[in-house]
Design a protein around this ligand. Structure first.
Ligand code: ADP
Ligand code: SF4
Length: 734
């Protein structure tokens, strides 16, 4: 289909510094965990976005020197020639598709743990890090020689970036990095010409930019990523008090070729990577839209906002908010988003659901993965392309039982590969447990996970979807006539309080009773008796907090109880923790952490504190527990109890089929596999990955078991770069 002309504006070129983009799609710097250490993964991941039409593709934060080391979080690095070689591969991949490659130069000052390098970071004032308050991290106060040395580090890194082939260097003036540490009143306590007035506090940032312009600016674009409001109150950067004034100051110096603007600092990263539970598309607009009027027509502005709709993008451009559409997550969920708009295939866009699982992977010091796009991060190590599927050499017929995330994904990929697929579910709609999830408070955008697959399945003539069928039995599966069977029957919430804390049921917590409910029962409309409700959360992600909010909104008095150190503990990885806490506080919910349930009787939930036992031990004695115990209990008035304790696989159908293995041949069944939560209940991204992987590897000798993937690590006996004690170029004050 031809592109709708109203989207033509998205495909116009934009000039900045010595460079010109081929369209208005800008893949903002974003973390991956691939860094410079996994050059193949990095290059293919970023290259895929260039192939999909993103005109500019940037790295994640890229450390300029060992003084700025956030190990075990993996950044890109430009410390030495080895990093140049590894990142050059990324630049080559990006250039192969006519896009520009950008690198974000990052020096983190007082927030650098330096756990790998063991160096001492420098900063404006020698203060403890508020990002890692428990780790005893301080910066050393930089005198003017130090400041010149750090600026030289930026210059050397930019020169390495040029050697690697990058087209632009973006100074990270965001996420509380060193330029912001000089700029913000809370960090900058200096009394010299780098402290005090805004102009003085801005001096370091501007000098860095000016030095880069001098060193590489005629060949590379010199840009910055800046937060116009840290959303963190006075003494920090606020939009109107200093955010915009700083833009005026820097712009007047003529040292910045392009501004990528955002909000939220390191602590409030969740306001930049706003999750869909709290922030809707283009939520930053009021905070960033004034920048364009300051920098004028010749200096482009990039604005982010989880843009997945081309109409929203066009509206932002036409309103003068920005010149380029910045995107991290939408480009992860769909590297081919620009191409799909360009080809008039908007309905094929795999829209980001705003779950922040991608962020959570980095925050767990792991590798980026995506809920919507199971191929992200697998482009190199498994050779997966998000839009290309190897046709099956000998397509057979496949029955997929269960149309939840795993079953839908598996059926879709098998269908794209040419198999004849029947996807069957007893429910009358697609989506499995995710249909409930998408109806939780704030979770409506999660429904895109279903709608994307629904649209794709509809387009596949070789895939039939049978909904509302009677629950399939082992007999029916064997007699169905399919060559191969995939079981994707999912999981259900435990109905007896079984959870990770005790690994056993809780006395009285039986969801057959009127006063005890599982999330499925709540969503199915089982009445919640009384006023006082406790939600027992042993899951730690969004279900517990969603149940609590749902019931609070119905006027219940809610207590959220968890065995974990924090409520919604996993949300510390998705950056939703602060707003979860604010929401719970705002809605007057009570929170109890480090507690678990001993027993439940209508009217009373008995709890115990996890650390109620003594710190001391008894002498070792046969038959006696070594720790001096306590049986202290706390009673909570509670009319109804919602159990978000653990999930239990619906594994019976697979087990029955396996037990009848001897009959498979008679029925013409060649194989039976299981995927998703019926195999082991995990987060949705894993169920989708499971279904996708099985379908990709359907002809492997043992499809139930993944094929090996490429592991990027040093192989013993090969040279290291740099060699020990090689000093490299001197960092002299400039
Ligand atoms: P996953 O996350 O692994 O995809 P879900 O729990 O979301 O799993 O989905 C499982 C789906 O399987 C549900 O929609 C459920 O209705 C369906 N299902 C479970 N058992 C059967 C069965 N025996 N026959 C048909 N559908 C089934
Ligand atoms: Fe979007 Fe979630 Fe994928 Fe991240 S993991 S890109 S938030 S869908």
């Amino acid at each position: 289909m031809a592109r709708d002309p109203k989207y033509d504006i998205l495909f116009e070129q934009v000039a900045f510094g010595p460079k010109t983009t081929r369209n208005r799609f800008w893949q903002t710097s974003h973390c991956t965990g691939y860094g410079s250490d996994r050059p193949g993964t990095q290059a293919r991941f970023r290259g895929m976005k260039a192939e999909g039409g993103w005109a500019v593709v940037c790295t994640e934060f890229c450390s300029i020197h060992p003084e700025s080391d956030e190990y075990p979080w993996h950044s890109a690095r430009l410390w030495d020639e080895g990093d140049v070689v590894n990142l050059r591969h990324m630049c080559d991949e990006v250039h192969r598709h006519r896009s520009l490659a950008g690198v974000q130069l990052w020096y983190n000052g007082m927030h650098s743990p330096c756990l790998e390098s063991r160096e001492v970071p420098r900063g404006p004032s020698g203060l403890p890090s508020n990002v890692f308050p428990e780790r005893c991290i301080y910066d050393a106060v930089a005198d003017e020689d130090d400041i010149r040395a750090i600026i030289q580090m930026y210059v050397l890194a930019a020169q390495r970036a040029e050697q690697a082939g990058f087209d632009l260097v973006e100074v990270s003036g965001s996420d509380s990095t060193l330029p912001m540490q000089f700029l913000e009143r809370r960090y900058n306590r200096r009394t010299d010409r780098y402290g005090g007035s805004l102009a003085n506090r801005a001096r370091f940032y501007i000098e860095v930019m000016a030095a880069l312009k001098r060193a590489v600016g005629d060949r590379l674009a010199v840009t910055t990523r800046f937060e116009t409001d840290t959303i963190n109150g006075e003494h920090r950067i606020q939009h109107f008090d200093e955010g915009l004034h700083f833009v005026e100051l820097m712009h007047a110096e003529g040292v910045c070729d392009l501004w990528a603007v955002k909000i939220g600092d390191y602590e409030e990263w969740g306001e930049d990577a706003g999750s869909s539970r709290f922030r809707k598309a283009n939520w930053m607009r009021p905070f960033v839209s004034h920048v364009k009027s300051i920098v004028g027509a010749n200096v482009p502005v990039v604005s982010n906002g989880r843009f997945t709709s081309p109409d929203d993008m066009v509206a932002a451009l036409r309103a003068g908010q920005c010149d380029l559409i910045g995107a991290a997550r939408p480009s992860i969920a769909d590297p081919f988003l620009p191409t799909k708009i360009s080809e008039g295939r908007v309905e094929d866009i795999r829209e980001c659901i705003g779950c922040n699982i991608c962020v959570s992977r980095m925050q767990q010091q792991a590798l980026l993965s995506c809920t919507q796009n199971p191929t992200s991060g697998e482009e190199y190590r498994r050779g997966w392309h998000p839009e290309q599927f190897e046709p099956a050499a000998d397509p057979c017929s496949v029955l997929v039982v269960g149309a939840g995330p795993a079953g839908m994904e598996c059926a879709m990929v098998l269908g794209k590969r040419g198999y004849t697929v029947h996807l069957r579910d007893q429910a009358s709609e697609l989506g499995g447990h995710w249909r409930d999830v998408a109806r939780y408070p704030r979770c409506a955008e999660y429904g895109r996970l279903i709608s994307y697959r629904q649209i794709q399945l509809k387009k596949l003539r070789n895939v039939e979807v049978h909904l509302g069928v009677p629950a399939m039995t082992a007999d029916e599966v064997l007699q169905y006539g399919a060559d191969k069977v995939v079981i994707a029957t999912g999981a259900h919430w435990a109905t007896d309080g079984l959870g990770a804390e005790l690994h056993r049921p809780i006395a009285g917590a039986d969801a057959a009773r009127a006063e005890v409910l599982t999330p499925e029962q709540v969503m199915a409309g089982k009445p919640v008796p009384g006023e006082k409700v406790a939600v027992l959360d042993g899951d730690g992600y969004f279900t517990g907090v969603s149940m609590a909010e749902l019931l609070a909104d119905q006027g219940k008095s809610v207590t959220l109880v968890t065995n974990m150190n924090m409520i919604t503990e996993f949300a510390k990885y998705t950056m939703e923790m602060p707003n979860n806490k604010r929401m719970l506080h705002e809605k007057g919910m009570r929170i109890l952490t480090n507690h678990w349930a001993h027993s439940f009787d209508p009217g009373r939930l008995r709890l115990f504190y996890l650390y109620r036992d003594s710190a001391g031990l008894y002498e070792v004695e046969p038959g006696r527990w070594g720790r001096r115990g306590s049986d202290e209990l706390i009673d909570l008035e509670c009319d109804a109890l919602v159990l978000v304790t653990s999930r239990v696989p619906n594994g019976a159908l697979y087990a029955q089929l396996k037990a009848r293995h001897a009959e498979w041949q008679r029925h013409g069944v060649l194989a039976v596999y299981r995927i998703g939560d019926c195999h082991a209940p995990r987060q949705a991204l894993n169920a989708i990955f499971d279904g996708h992987r099985l379908a990709r590897e359907f002809e492997s000798p043992h499809p139930q078991h993944p094929l090996p993937f490429i592991r990027e690590r040093q192989i013993w006996g090969h040279a290291t770069v740099p060699q020990r004690c090689n000093p490299g170029p001197a960092i002299e004050p400039v």
